[in-house]
Structures are given as C-alpha cells and as structure tokens.
Design a binder for this molecule. Structure first.
Ligand code: GLC
Length: 706
C-alpha cells in the first residue's frame, strides 16, 4: 500500500503544472469568528473550517478540508449550528491508560469528520506536560513519552482508519503557552530525544500520521517551522518520515521555511497579521522563479502531501460513514468513566445508593453542566453549550477564553442515581453561604473548577474565584466533605487533610456529569490513574517561576528546559521530592495485589507478573513497570503498563516488554541509542512512588537506531 502511495504520488506530481504544485502548499482558513471575509480560493459550498487546500480535479486529487481536532470536530463559528461529540479532555484519556479506548475515541473523531467532508484532522496533540501551568495540557495526554505515544498512536490510527488524515503535533516542545510565538525552548538535544521527541518517534512509528504539525515556538534558537535539524535531521532523516510537515496557524515567517523542511504553510491569513505576507504565496513563487527554491524541493513538498493522501485514502472515499451519535456518546461516557481518578478516599465513597441522606452539592456551575478546555480544541456538543460564560484575557486568544459548560449536570445525574436522597444545590459563591447548607447536610460534594486552555498558562496552581475558601468553609462545617475537581491540570489542595475524599474528573466531556455521579455512587468503580504528577508546590518543579509569565503578549521569552528528559515523575525521583499525588496514582473501590515478578534481560527487559483482585467487587487496575536503576546513571523510566479488568478473586498474568530506547541513553556523538552493559533495576508498582516488587537483570551493550 505505501509503496503504491509513493509511486502514485510521484506519477501525479510529475503531471502537475507549477501552479497546481504551489496551490497544494497553502492552507486557507474559512470564515469564522476570527476571519470574517471568505478567501476566494475557497469555492462556494465548501464547509468552512480551519483550513482549505485546493485539489487538482483533473488528476483526481481532492481538496484538503482541515478541522480541529483531538477531542472532536470543532466549530468556532465556521458552520452555523453544527455540533459534534465532545469527548473528555486528552488528559482524561491519558488517565485511562487505555490504548483501545484511545482508538475508539479516534474513531468517533474520524467518522464525524468524514461525515462533514473533512479529510484532515489537526489532532494528535502529544506535547509532554512538562509544566503543570501549561494551558494546553488538557488537550495532551501525559508527562511520560511512552504513555503519551501509546495513546496518541491509537487515537491517530482510529482517525486514519476512517480514511481521514491525522496530524501529530506540535513538533516540538510547545510545553507552555506564555508568549509561545516568541518563546525559545532550550534543551539538550540528547535529552530532547529521550523525552518529547521519543513520544513523537514512537507514535509516528506505530500510527504513521499523514502529517506532522510544527510548533509556534523556537527550539534551541530556530523556529520549529524552519528547524532543519529537527525536520530534516531527525524527522525526515533519522526517522525517515514520509508524510508532510505543516506549520501551525500563522507560524511561517517566510518562504525560506521551505528550504528547512516545511512543506505547507497553514493559516496563511494569520501570516499576514503576524509577518506581513503569506509565506508560501508570491514570495515562494518568486524564490522558485529566481532559482532559490529548487524544482526538486518543490516537487518533494507536493509528493509528501500526495503520498499521505493516497496512503490514508482520502481520494478513495465511498459513501459517507454511518455516524451513530448514541454510540459516540457511549464512548464519550466510557472515556469519562475511565479517566476519573479517585485521589483520596477515607471511606466517604461510594455513597450508599439506598440511603436517604441530605446531600449538598456545591459550586462548579454543576446545576448547569461540566466545563471544557478552551481554544482550538473546544467542541460544541450536540444541542450546543448549556452556557458560555465569558472570561477573556490578553491577546487574540482572549476571545476564545470562556467557561464553556457542556449540558451534563452533575446535580441532575446525582439526583437520578440517588432517588431517596435529598439533594440540594448551592452555587458556592460565598464560603459563609455554602457553609450554611453544608452544616445541615449529611454529605457535602463540593466542586472545584478552572478555565484552562490555549494561549494561557495558569499563574499558579490555585483554584480561582475563591473556591479554595469555599472548600475550606464547607469542610469546617461538615467533615463528611467530598471534593470533585474539574480542571485541565494539577491543582494545589490546601484543604486536602480536611476533606474525606477527592476526585479528579478533568474536563469530562459531554457525558461527564453522568460519569461523575456513577463514580460517586459506586455504580462505576473508579479506575483512572494520574497521567501527570500533582506537585505539593511549584517550588518542587524545575521552574517555579515561569519566564515571561505576566509580560505582555509579544514579549520574547526563553525557557531553559534544564530538567532535560527528567520530566514529571522522573524529575521527582531524581530530586527525591514527594509530590502531593504521584504519576500513576489512583484508588479503587476494590484492592489489587501484585506477585511473582520475573524479570529477564538480554537485549531488552521483559517483566512478567500476576495481578489479583483481592477485594469484593469488579475493578480495573493499571500496574506499572519502571526502570529505577541503570549502570550508566540513576534514572526512572516507565517501561510499560497494562490496564487489567478483574472480577473479585480473579488473577491475570501480565507481560511487559520494554522498548529498548527506554533503557538507553541517546548518544548525540554517535547519533544513536546506547545501552550500557550491566545491571538494571526494575520495579513494579501502582504508582511512581508506590513500588511493591523489585528485581534486577543484566543487559548487554548495544548501539542502535538513529
Ligand atoms: C492553533 C493551534 C493548533 C490548531 C491550529 C488550527 O493555533 O496551535 O493546535 O490545530 O491553530 O486551529
């Protein structure tokens, strides 16, 4: 198939005129809240979206219609009244540790995209959660490259299985939003290969995304879109990536980006706003005319685009797919269920379904619905948002910064599941008022929410709008207090010791209210595990003060990612710091036991062990295998995991085989991965800081890959 795609791309490109070639290199935004005039390159009748690229009808090359993105088909004002399944946040999918669920979620996105005629989904956000303030962490998966790659690869495969091209993004190190267009991300190249780039490398190997989207920021001094070392050296060179490299929207400063490996300029109208001209417009044609853009490079740019089109099959669409929106809602519900993490439970949960307690439900606009993340990933759910409360903020992203409430009310869902209970809502507007209801209730469920999203990093880890004070007040008024967080990132919990239970539900998607109620009442056994570390304090992180935080949008910034590959739990292990809650942490209403760990070495590490449900109800667990010691320097690496669903008393044998790159260091001199001979220590645990069984094995020296 791919050989065929290469041959077809060569043949089609060879028959093109130069005009046709150039037309494939620019993606034009449709009319929306941001772009109010339709570009004449977009034919009448074309559904408006994030990007349009004309095809070449005489050669059977379809136009490319591009839409966002990972959490569903977005519609920020492009198509009047169009809605789509609003999946839970990517970080919730990360908490499921469930690649099969990621694939199902990708299928939802792919089918709903195709039913609208979109053949490119700008999905596959895989940037590592290096910084717990990063506004876009909700869109991504995790702080760990293996977990991120394992899930993003399946999500991309789910989209592409529907004949829709998926991107993977943002290549690379778009790990903060503050002044992202003027940010220079500095990192040791070998450490980059062992962290963010390893996530891209594994996901690209497994899923072959049709396109890679470069990031807004610079990396080690050069803009991502013109970073020849990364695009030509690593992506197209070492990894032999055959697809095409597109820019982020308005991220192409000049035609010269084409000489460094960028194949397509997207969001070209924003180029004009940011840089004064369309980078791949007349100036690229002029460069070609005066010989500065070689014909061979022009042909390669086009062939890469065509090759992905043929490999994924966007030219071979038959009848539109059957879109079962009820089924898609079930997948959204399952993703919410599996993404919810029970962080603390001093016996307050689950709520007994047949009791008739007085239950106070406080805050979080939970009488209306559940929050979603903001920016280009925000999806308008079926029936539209329950409410949009404007928040705003600096820069052009301020217009997209709103409290979007999806119509899935936790209050309504809790009431449905606890018919005998007396459920009463308080808006959580004032600590004193909330405490009055708490005082005369048997159980208090208080919500904490944050509006997080593209274009913004949080200034700290606190809950906004005085929610921490409300939680403190209700916990003081009633010790039987349960906190439910709906956030896109870790948050501080000054009230942690004063509450009986804590749940992190993230942005739980269009069925999130139901999922939260099911976990609270025990209808569903929580199984989520943290895909990111919850720091006790920003002082524990590599960068307590974020460079240029608070500076005006447009201020140049430099972030030295001096932690290198030691991201998240890896950093906490290296620094011997104890976080609030660790990567991999999550409680259940049952218990699990691990036994019979056997570790074999050689050219990689294989660990086998048994997991047993020793409790009295069905539940899913995610045992994790870590590297905890190596002959060439202490380091911690997640080597593997498996989500296992077990009945009471049931056991399952699990085998984890490590990708050798997780055992190796990247040798920049050699340009290869190097495994040092010697003894390697492995641990099996339920979280990065809860390791129950350990073993050692020997590995032989190896030098491999590129
Ligand atoms: C945005 C985002 C990118 C998105 C694109 C199109 O600014 O950075 O993730 O796909 O533009 O909306």
């Amino acid at each position: 198939m791919t050989g065929d795609a290469d041959e077809r791309a060569l043949a089609a490109e060879d028959r093109m005129t130069d005009d046709e070639r150039f037309s494939l290199l620019v993606s034009v935004m449709g009319v929306s809240d941001l772009i109010t005039v339709r570009d004449e390159r977009i034919p009448d009748g074309t559904p408006m979206s994030a990007g349009y690229v004309p095809g070449v009808p005489r050669l059977g090359v379809p136009a490319l219609l591009m839409s966002d993105a990972s959490l569903g088909v977005t519609n920020p004002g492009y198509r009047e009244g169009d809605t789509a399944t609003a999946l839970p946040a990517g970080i919730a999918l990360g908490a499921s540790f469930n690649p099969a669920l990621a694939r199902e979620s990708g299928g939802v996105v792919g089918r709903e995209a195709r039913s609208r005629g979109f053949n490119v989904m700008l999905a596959g956000g895989i940037n590592l959660a290096r910084d717990p303030r990063n506004g876009r962490n909700f869109e991504y998966i995790s702080e760990d490259p293996l977990l991120s790659a394992a899930l993003v690869a399946e999500s991309i495969s789910g989209i592409q299985a529907e004949g829709v091209i998926s991107t993977i993004k943002h290549f690379s190190l778009n790990c903060n939003e503050t002044n992202r267009h003027w940010l220079d991300a500095i990192i040791d190249p070998a450490a980059h290969r062992e962290s963010d780039l390893l996530a891209f490398e594994i996901a690209i190997e497994r899923a072959q995304p049709g396109s890679v989207m470069t990031a807004y920021n610079k990396i080690n001094g050069g803009y991502a879109g013109e970073n020849s070392e990364l695009i030509q050296g690593v992506l197209k060179g070492a990894w032999d990536y055959p697809g095409w490299v597109m820019s982020d929207w308005g991220a192409t400063a000049g035609w010269e980006f084409a000489l460094s490996g960028l194949d397509q300029d997207c969001g070209c109208q924003i180029d004009v706003l940011m840089w004064g001209a369309e980078a791949f417009g007349q100036s690229l044609r002029d460069a070609y005319a005066n010989g500065r853009l070689p014909k061979e490079r022009l042909s390669e740019m086009v062939r890469r685009i065509l090759r992905s089109m043929y490999a994924v099959g966007v030219d071979r669409w038959g009848a539109p797919p059957e879109v079962d929106m009820a089924r898609h809602n079930e997948i959204a519900l399952e993703a919410a269920r599996q993404g919810i993490v029970l962080l603390k439970n001093d016996g307050a949960l689950p709520l007994a379904p047949d009791s008739s307690p007085r239950i106070a439900v406080i805050g979080g606009h939970v009488q209306v619905g559940v929050p979603a993340g903001t920016g280009s990933t925000a999806v308008v759910p079926p029936g539209g948002y329950a409410e949009v409360i404007r928040v705003g903020g600096p820069s052009f992203m301020g217009a997209t910064r709103n409290l979007y409430l999806l119509p899935s009310s936790p209050v309504a869902e809790i009431t449905k599941l606890l018919p005998q209970a007396q459920v009463e809502f308080d808006p959580g507007m004032s600590p004193a008022e909330a405490a009055l209801l708490a005082r005369r209730s048997d159980v208090v469920i208080v919500f904490g929410i944050r509006v997080e999203g593209e274009g913004f990093d949080s200034a700290d880890l606190s809950l906004p709008w005085g929610q921490d004070a409300v939680i403190e007040a209700v916990a003081a008024a009633n010790p039987n207090t349960i906190v439910v967080l709906e956030t896109g990132n870790p948050v501080a919990m000054p009230w942690r010791d004063n509450v009986k239970a804590i749940i992190e539900a993230w942005y739980p998607g269009q069925a999130g209210g139901q999922a939260i109620a099911e976990i609270l009442t025990g209808a569903i056994n929580p199984s989520g595990r943290l895909p990111v570390t919850f720091p006790a304090d920003l002082a524990q992180t590599p960068r307590p003060d974020l460079p240029s935080m608070g500076e005006p949008w447009g201020t140049p910034a430099t972030i030295e990612y001096s932690e290198g590959a030691e991201v998240g739990y890896r950093w906490f292990a290296q620094q011997r710091e104890q976080p609030l809650y660790s990567f991999g942490h999550g409680l259940s209403y049952t218990r699990f036991d691990y036994s019979d760990l056997l570790v074999l070495g050689g050219d990689t590490i294989t660990a086998t062990f048994a997991v047993t449900n020793t409790g009295d109800r069905q539940g899913a667990d995610v045992p994790q295998v870590y590297l905890t010691g190596a002959p060439d320097g202490a380091r911690m690496r997640l080597l593997g995991f498996e989500r296992v669903d077990l009945k009471p008393g049931e056991s399952k044998q699990v085998t984890v085989t490590a990708d050798p790159r997780l055992l190796a260091r990247f040798d920049s001199e050699a340009g290869q991965w190097r495994i040092a001979a010697g003894t390697y220590r492995v641990a099996l645990g339920s979280a990065a800081d809860t390791l129950s069984l350990t073993a050692e094995t020997a590995l032989q020296a190896a030098l491999f890959g590129r």
